[in-house]
Design a protein around this ligand. Structure first.
Ligand SMILES: Cc1cc2nc3c(=O)[nH]c(=O)nc-3n(C[C@H](O)[C@H](O)[C@H](O)COP(=O)(O)OP(=O)(O)OC[C@H]3O[C@@H](n4cnc5c(N)ncnc54)[C@H](O)[C@@H]3O)c2cc1C
Length: 343
């Protein structure tokens, strides 16, 4: 089968690899420049020389189910243990060290290297947003079942489609098929999934002294965590942090100006780490509209229509919202379709 996967995050790349290995002709379409989706790294600072993970800060071994993926990435040198020190700031402003119960891993060369590694086994077309899918036929022995539409006006015909984006973006794509297939019940379920937003503020301080802690998790109205990026890199880099805000702050300030948001976050940072940190050499702000799903769907994946016009939804919002749920969702659909569509 000729299969199109929309979205090059963990879910899409995992499903893509399995389906390609099963002999299908797979192409992953990714709207952005990079691979890995919310496993995102930016080159920031002077001459773009400082790597910062502005999405997921580390990958946790949430259960043994994610071990095969983690072990493979560790063996390839893409992930290493994130060993701390980890600090916790309580509501009273008291700082204490803690020891996470589950193993944590970071990517010394940047989280986007995880996406790059997962994409080695499948063809990916980046900078290619899919605007919609049109159902063009049931009998895939005679013609392809689906037409993928791009904002440029181009189109590609395929036998099967996997939508591997956050649910709100999946809804927008699927909504374009509404007149052709019985997707209404599924659309309603997908539309009901809500997300926590989050701001990530990336800041650099040139040759300032680097703190001894690796990450600080905060019970604070504005700041949820501060990651000391230097502690993750296997190379020397300038003193730099990624500050993730609480969902409440992000929701309340999503329409505020970039300057006002940055100022509030930096003031809060100064209260926690000291006045020096309110004046970074550079800063960049990113808004994650879909950081983590609040009410995930209770399935590993969803399929829309019958065997002659296959279309499915996968992603971390299936059975959780984590790297593990993204991986397991891609794995489940990849294995299910490999068995179901043996050529
Ligand atoms: C700031 C932050 C902190 C997080 N913290 C944690 C944590 O501590 N622990 C944890 O387990 N998880 C965490 N997560 C969540 C975790 O990163 C995600 O659940 C997981 O990576 C999602 O994988 P995915 O493949 O389902 O989707 P994504 O990674 O979102 O991938 C979907 C891809 O689809 C692409 N796309 C969307 N629309 C289109 C379109 N129309 N056409 C083409 N491509 C499209 C997107 O560009 C994206 O690359 C965090 C996320 C963020 C942002």
């Amino acid at each position: 089968m000729k299969i199109a996967i929309i979205g090059a995050g963990v879910a899409g790349l995992t499903a893509g690899r399995i389906l390609a290995e099963a002999g299908h002709e797979v192409m992953v379409y990714e709207k952005s420049r990079g691979l890995g989706g919310r496993l995102a790294t930016r080159y920031a600072g002077e001459n773009n020389q400082t790597k910062v993970d502005h999405g997921l800060p580390y990958i946790e071994e949430t259960s043994e189910k994610i071990q095969p993926m983690l072990q493979n990435l560790v063996n390839k040198g893409k992930l290493v243990p994130f060993s701390g020190p980890f600090m916790h700031l309580n509501e009273a402003g008291e700082l204490s060290q803690f020891y996470p119960t589950k193993k944590r891993y970071v990517a010394p060369m940047g989280m986007n290297q995880v996406g790059k590694e997962l994409a080695r086994y499948v063809d990916v077309q980046t900078n290619t947003k899919v605007s919609g899918v049109t159902h063009i036929g049931e009998d895939r022995t005679k013609k392809r079942s689906w037409m993928l539409n791009f904002p440029t006006g181009d189109a590609v015909n395929v036998d099967a489609v996997v939508i591997a984006t956050p649910s709100k973006q999946a809804y927008a794509i699927l909504n374009t098929t509404i007149d052709e297939v019985a997707t209404l019940k599924l659309l309603r379920e997908v539309d009901a999934v809500e997300y926590d937003p989050c701001f990530s503020l990336m800041v650099g301080y040139g040759d300032a002294d680097v703190p001894e802690w690796s990450m600080m998790e905060c019970d604070h109205p504005i700041i949820a965590s501060i990651t000391n990026e230097v502690s993750k890199r296997g190379e020397s880099t300038e003193c730099s942090f990624v500050i993730q805000t609480t969902a409440e702050f992000a929701r309340a300030n999503k329409d505020a100006s970039k300057e006002a948001v940055e100022e509030e976050i930096l003031d809060a940072l100064g209260e926690i780490t000291g006045g020096w940190s309110t004046l970074p050499a550079w800063s960049e702000l990113h808004f994650w509209r879909y950081s983590k799903a609040i009410n995930p769907l209770p399935y590993p994946f969803m399929e829309v229509v019958g065997n002659d016009a296959p279309i499915a939804l996968i992603g971390s919002y299936m059975n959780g919202d984590s790297v593990e749920s993204a991986y397991l969702s891609g794995l489940a659909l990849g294995q299910f379709w490999s068995d179901k569509f043996k050529d």
